[in-house]
Ligand binder design. Sequence first.
Ligand code: C2O
Ligand code: CU
Ligand code: CU
Length: 536
Amino acid sequence: MITRRRFLSQSTLIAASSAVARAMVHNSHAVAPPVVPNLDPDTLARFVDPLPLPQLAQPIERRMAPDGSGERVPFYRVPMRAISAKLHRDLPPTNLWAFGGSVPGVLFDTRSGEGRLIEWANELPQKHFLPIDHNLHGAEKNVPEVRGVVHLHGGKTPAESDGYPEDWYVPGQSRTYYYPNRQDAALLWYHDHAMGINRLNIYAGLFGLYIVRDSVEDALHLPSGKYEIPLVLMDRNLRPDGQLSYPVSPDPERPWVPEAFGEAQLVNGKLFPYLDVEPRLYRFRILNAANGRFYRLSLSNGAQMQQIGTDQGLLPAPVALKYVQLAPGERADVIVDFSVHRGEKLQLMSEPFELMQFRVSNAAVSDVGAVPAALRPVPRIAESSAVLTRRLTLDESLNMVAESMGMLLNKTPWHAPIAEKPVLNTTEIWELVNLTEDVHPIHLHLVRFQILDRRRFDVFDYMTANKLRFTSPPMRPDANEMGWKDTVRVNSGTVTRIIVPFVGYAGRYIWHCHILEHEENEMMRPYEVLRAGSSS
Ligand code: C2O
Ligand code: CU
Ligand code: CU
């Protein structure tokens, strides 16, 4: 009979916790102290830069949609290129990679049902400036250093335009992708997805926002125009000269680290920005674009916010919250009422960090705005409508030979044959069994889903006897998770169940953890939506 403790320390294949696994590989994946110590953001003056707002993407012309509809749709060309930008008044400009001229990149403001054609042009330099790990799948020494491919996160996109990680292309090349926009109003985001270097490309700045609007949302008369503000959160480590520093392991041959956290918290690409606001309601469209950091947003005076939307659009009703939690990849649509904070200054926090400041004016406001009590119905999907339930584990694994640690989905590496093959227009339940000590935000491309429940189970029993023994009753999703989602937090030691209608398009897609360091090594798997009647 083995004890829990011995089981954990003797396992050579699967370690239950990344902490244990890290210790077991002689700390080879500990984070090495940077050669030059990182800049301490606390030494910088706070709230001296206004909050930047991303520029609107401008179409060049109308072109024929490639879907045979005969429709002419707006066509854009967006370069990925090296830029430099000031992240703070008192810092020298930082070298970044961007879509267009800024990080976050150009903002797409689009309508549901109106397609968009976008040429994503790779105009990046030939050399990468962040530490590539050539041991990672897809980043071997014989593949080009600089590669890119664009994915629209949350987009119901045909497979050939979805940005499959192996469909990367090199500087000088471009791809034109079609986004039909046949989906509800939501805040989506686009980002690089190149196999093996995705975490570095996104850290460098390759991402931006893509808004879809529709008539249901219009009818709610939510705060709009200058009262609707995107907030993109990310953390970075900076050197004292202002340049990006991505953490590395102590092994120069294997620089990959299991998580990359930055000390500097940026909002829309600035450190400690401020925003002047009127004493009225504002709508904030918030994205967690960090590689691995979870945010827990609050206002410094403890005031409540009203969350009105999540990843895939509006919630059925507003949810009043003191804290809004966001895992990497998740979005929140949040209303803040500044009318009760006339003349005050309040900070947006993610404790212990101050992210930015709101300066509420004393201006006379004739209409402070309102939030309707009902937003958009989100009918719950009946479990009985699912044709299949898949049990899929989230694992952390240890390769004693390579002395490296990786993360897997269902104990299967990226390059293994496709196992998940849902049939188009059917609904499935996916039970995500988290055997690790980390929370993993799991994202599926193409689809939106609903969270059914979370339930604790005995990890030890599962790992030794392959037996699922629950230790808690099922827990309902949080009130602000009762909308359509595309990324779900799968807590440690829980089974998180989601119900997923596979609608839209047949073809090959992916699902993965949105902690980018996990995704890269190798918590990412392809899946394929089969046309009804086709054989698997
Ligand atoms: Cu944000 Cu594979 O996606
Ligand atoms: Cu996605
Ligand atoms: Cu993960």
